[in-house]
Design a protein around this ligand. Structure first.
Ligand SMILES: Cc1cc2nc3c(=O)[nH]c(=O)nc-3n(C[C@H](O)[C@H](O)[C@H](O)COP(=O)(O)OP(=O)(O)OC[C@H]3O[C@@H](n4cnc5c(N)ncnc54)[C@H](O)[C@@H]3O)c2cc1C
Length: 280
């Protein structure tokens, strides 16, 4: 079976897609695409690719039924430049391989993430892990941006003073802030990338990592468009119901005889889910 060449992916190889103020994602390489998923799924029958419709149907079937191993046959390698606080969330996804720039070996660059004014907001009142939907008023946002920028400048100045004074780079770096940019090569198969995207495209994920996830997904659509379409339909756009929620739905449609009823917060969550179409 020949090497899979996906012309749409070839066009974007090595191209930097900007994220945040100084970050980027770049597709370094890919192995396989929609065709490889189909080939590997059909190996049991000794059949290769069929018509476009049949292949798309097979991919959709595999995704719907969580027959995930054919998706592991597709591998993508990215070069990513990202702030350290995003990297700390990202690295929790253990089913990938990576190599990061070494702050012991290299002098770190003077690159820090400074959020745009519109991204600065107060602590959310109803979400302990997030920010309010209302951005800070412009003057206050500019004051905070100036404060963050000054602290970054000070931290980098102190770092360079220590490096130039001969202190080991592995020690000179320890007071650098989480806003510092780092870089890595990150390689992951399509099944585990979908798992990453499901979690990090979700509204519960921090906006900064979500922006990276959006770019990763756009790039992945070039490599495996049919897989991505099925993933968008059956995973990203799907809403799941618990057994009690489903019973409530059946009851409203005039059927079902499940004895437990939804009430209180659970009922509120269900109503909200039905109206917004978002997983709660
Ligand atoms: C919105 C959000 C908020 C979060 N908040 C926090 C937080 O406050 N604190 C915090 O610490 N983390 C937090 N996380 C990280 C989260 O708990 C997971 O660690 C992260 O999302 C990676 O998910 P994963 O383990 O499923 O992925 P992967 O590491 O890619 O693993 C994929 C799957 O492989 C299996 N697996 C992989 N490695 C192992 C292993 N060693 N042992 C057993 N099974 C394994 C598991 O089934 C896992 O689901 C948050 C994540 C999100 C999306």
């Amino acid at each position: 079976m020949a090497h899979c060449v996906v012309s749409e992916a070839e066009v974007i190889l090595d191209k930097e897609f900007p994220v945040l103020d100084k970050g980027f994602v770049r597709l370094v390489d890919y192995l396989g695409g929609d065709e490889r998923v189909v080939q590997s799924a059909r190996v049991s029958y000794g059949e290769g690719t069929k018509s476009y419709r049949e292949d798309a149907g097979l991919i959709d079937y595999l995704l719907r039924n969580r027959h995930t191993s054919p998706f592991e046959q597709v591998v993508l390698t990215f070069h990513v430049k990202l702030p350290v606080f995003v990297a700390r969330q990202w690295i929790r996804h253990r089913t990938a391989r990576l190599n990061e720039i070494s702050g012991r070996y290299s002098v770190m660059k003077d690159d820090f993430y400074l959020p745009a004014g519109g991204d600065l907001a107060l602590q959310s009142a109803d979400n302990k892990q997030g920010r309010s939907d209302t951005p800070l008023e412009t003057t206050e946002a500019e004051r905070i941006r100036a404060e963050l920028g000054a602290a970054q400048k000070q931290a980098y100045g102190d770092y360079m003073t220590l490096v130039e004074g001969g202190l080991a780079r592995e020690l000179a770096r320890i007071n650098l802030p989480l806003s510092l940019y780092t870089e890595w090569y990150w390689q992951i198969d399509l099944h585990n990338l979908f798992h990453f995207l499901e979690l990090r495209l979700d509204g519960h994920a921090q906006k900064e990592i979500r922006l990276y996830a959006e770019v990763l997904f756009d790039i992945t659509k070039k490599v495996a468009p049919r897989c991505c379409a099925s993933f968008a339909d059956h995973v990203l756009g799907a809403v799941h119901f618990s057994r009690t929620e489903f019973a409530e739905l059946q009851r409203r449609l005039g059927g079902g005889d499940f004895p437990v009823k939804l009430e209180g917060k659970a009922l509120e969550r269900f109503e909200e889910k039905m109206q917004s179409g978002r997983q709660k």
